[in-house]
Design a protein around this ligand. Structure first.
Ligand code: NDP
Ligand code: AKG
Length: 447
């Protein structure tokens, strides 16, 4: 379609060094074709141009001192993408691969994901090319303090509310909050989410992304009159999201048989389903010395160095590590091995070629914007609790999360049907997320 093509051509010319950002925008805009056709006025209002340009792009230096007394310098980012439906909201990623294009793709995805949650949160994302792996606690603390010494002036409980992502967990959020509080001299704990329970965190937030992905998968299975009972699942990653998936899949009678990291994957055919195994997972995450191959040695299973788990014979795949980890070849392997469902725990884990092959060959894919929205949804519930100065029980939060994931599924299905697209979870999610944001944008005038 001419309007969409023109926006994409201009965007590509302006952002030549940002392939992940272009990939994310292309996928969304192509889904919006029937909506744009039904609303030609959006072109006059330059809706797509406004939506694909961040409201604010922040880049800053983060100097800090390592344990040897040497000064190190990293680069920090915060993209405040869209405030149409609420304060900017989205995680911080600390990983050596972080660059402007990666943070922009994540921030762009966050606009639609956050809209899908049904809660009032805008889209943002941030991070740094700092690698917490192999650093001491003191080094991580000094880095976080320096990062917040610049970031604090751009965020606030009603402005922009960061949280965790790859490389940013409870420890980092604690150090970031401590520095924010020190500088502001005020106890504004709604400024960050993913906090510890003693200073304003929400129960279930650590597990929320993984739990939410499993709840969303339950709706997908139910659509095909299927359940988790007896299913085998390949999971990638061994982080926050993977951990939640392992716990909830076990509760529903499914068996997670793999976890992975940058150095390879573990295949545990008996399932990662005992408290001892799940506790060991936490130990790998929190320790610099314990590795995935130690899991294989301890529990007598296989470690495959340098490989991904997508060649395993499983019923379902939950990619929970990073972007573009399932390419066309991996999609072919999954289909050949009888895998029927990909539920995306990570952000944009499947390439466009993988999605096309998987869905054209009988597979169903639950897209990241929907499937992993449980994390940010519970972050928004954490903000609500901070505003009320009150805590809900874990059962209350879990029930709200479960209902939100059901709504996301139902709203995506309904949006695709409304435009005559049939059962299309990918286009449906993009359209449902877009419709709310665009209505808010139009109501608020040109900005
Ligand atoms: N935390 C959250 O609430 C949410 C997270 N997400 C997404 O889920 C994914 C995982 O995040 P989270 O669990 O929080 O992060 P963690 O840092 O807790 O874990 C990340 C996991 O992914 C692996 N990983 C990271 N980069 C690579 C890579 N390049 N190749 C192979 N493995 C890699 C890590 O292994 P290793 O350490 O060996 O690199 C680790 O096991 C990300 O895509 C994130 O954006 C989405 C929604 C919410
Ligand atoms: O909890 C949040 O605010 C952000 C979670 C996140 O980064 C994501 O959804 O990708």
């Amino acid at each position: 379609m001419e309007y969409i093509e023109r926006v994409l051509t201009n965007l590509k010319a302006k952002n030549t060094d940002q392939p992940e950002f272009i990939q994310a925008v292309e996928e969304v805009l192509e889904s919006l074709e029937p909506v744009i056709k039904a609303h030609p006025e959006y072109e006059d209002m330059a809706i797509l141009e406004r939506l694909t340009e961040p409201e604010r792009t922040l880049m800053f230096k983060v100097p800090w001192m390592d344990d040897q007394g040497k000064v190190q310098v990293n680069r920090g980012y915060r993209i405040q993408f869209s405030s149409a439906i609420g304060p900017y909201k989205g995680g911080l990623r600390f990983h050596p691969s972080v660059n402007l294009g990666i943070i922009k793709f994540l921030g762009f995805e966050q606009i639609f994901k956050n809209s899908l949650t049904t809660l009032p949160i805008g889209g943002g994302k941030g991070g740094s090319d700092f690698d917490p792996q192999g650093k001491s606690d003191a080094e991580v603390m000094r880095f976080c303090q320096s990062f917040m010494t610049e970031l604090y002036r751009h965020i606030g409980p009603s402005v922009d509310v960061p949280a965790g992502d790859i490389g940013v967990g409870g420890r980092e959020i604690g150090y970031l909050f401590g520095q924010y509080k020190r500088i502001k001299d005020a106890y504004e704990n709604g400024v960050l989410t993913g906090k510890g329970m003693t200073y304003g965190g929400s129960l279930i937030r650590p597990e929320a992304t993984g739990f939410g992905a499993v709840y969303y998968g339950k709706e997908v299975l139910a659509h095909f009159n299927d359940t988790y009972e007896g299913k085998t699942i390949a999971v990638s990653g061994y982080g926050n999201v993977a951990w939640g998936v392992c716990i909830k899949a076990k509760e529903y009678g499914a068996k997670v048989v793999s976890i992975s990291g940058r150095d390879g994957y573990v295949y545990d055919p008996d399932g990662i389903n005992t408290d001892e195994k799940i506790d060991f997972l936490l130990k790998i995450r929190s320790s610099n010395d314990v590795k995935l191959k130690d899991y294989a040695e301890k529990f007598g299973c296989e470690f495959h160095p340098g490989e991904k788990p997508w060649g395993l014979k499983v019923d379902m795949a939950f990619p929970c590590a990073t972007q573009n980890e399932i390419g066309e070849e991996e999609a072919k392997q999954l289909i050949a091995n009888g895998c029927k469902y990909i539920i995306e725990g990570a952000n944009m884990p499947s390439t466009p070629e993988a999605i096309a092959y998987f869905t054209a060959n009988g597979g169903t894919l639950g897209p990241a914007k929907s499937a992993n929205a449980g994390g940010v949804a519970v972050s928004a519930l954490e903000m609500s609790q901070n505003s009320m100065r009150y805590n809900w029980t874990s059962e209350e939060v879990d029930e709200k999360l479960h209902n939100i994931m059901k709504s996301i599924f139902n709203n995506s299905v309904a949006a695709a049907e409304k435009y005559g697209l049939g059962f299309d979870l990918i286009k449906g999610a993009n359209i449902a997320g877009f419709e709310k944001v665009v209505e808010a944008m139009i109501s608020q005038g040109i900005y």
